[in-house]
Design a protein around this ligand. Structure first.
Ligand code: ADP
Length: 175
């Protein structure tokens, strides 16, 4: 995509994404949209059953076969401080197949959905770097590059990193 460089300010945060005070929190979901471990489990636990209800409705309508990898869709954020959760499905890491374009697509599509919602501040986790085993250094590079190059009206992007190692990888990628 062409356009102006993304003017969004990128901030790194060490902590729990469910605690972020932003317009939209991005969930590293799986394609079932019906919950899982990691960020997904934390978001459903903290946000309450309204989020799962909304996800079930999406499965009964637009996404009968689940949300495809690399795509994004928004729901209510339930009891979270945010207004919306944007669910996106990262690729599972593969040593034999380059799935980087799908990982980049998660960040780009999430920002596109944020723009549709009118969200200006967005918190991302390090998509695919947990249960889906993407190496954190490479995941961080793709995350930062993609957000920097995206065309969006989002003004603030927070990358929320759970541990010191992930935080360090994002700090290196940001330089
Ligand atoms: P995926 O299935 O896409 O790999 P995970 O949720 O398993 O997603 O992990 C994505 C990243 O989020 C990992 O680096 C993991 O350590 C981190 N993580 C897990 N829980 C939280 C949380 N509550 N807030 C922020 N990051 C988290």
């Amino acid at each position: 995509m062409t356009g102006q460089p993304n003017p969004a300010e990128i901030t790194l945060v060490r902590g729990d994404i469910t605690k972020q005070q932003v317009d939209a929190i991005v969930n590293a979901a799986n394609s079932s949209l019906l919950g899982g471990g990691g960020v997904d489990g934390a978001i459903h636990r903290a946000g309450g059953p309204e989020i799962l209800d909304a996800c079930r409705k999406l499965r009964a309508s637009r996404f009968g076969k689940g949300l495809p990898t690399g795509q994004a869709v928004a729901t209510t954020a339930g009891r979270l401080a945010a207004n919306w959760v944007i669910h996106t499905v990262g690729p599972v890491w593969s040593a034999t197949e380059d799935r980087s374009a799908l990982l980049a697509s998660c960040y780009r599509e999430s920002l596109r959905v944020a723009d549709e919602l009118g969200a200006r501040t967005v918190a991302f986790p390090a998509i695919s770097t947990g249960i889906y085993r993407w190496p954190i250094e490479d995941g961080a590079r793709i995350a930062i590059e993609t957000v920097r190059e995206a065309t969006t009206n989002v003004t603030e992007v927070h990358f929320v990193l759970f541990d010191e190692h992930a935080y360090g990888a994002f700090a290196t990628a940001l330089r």
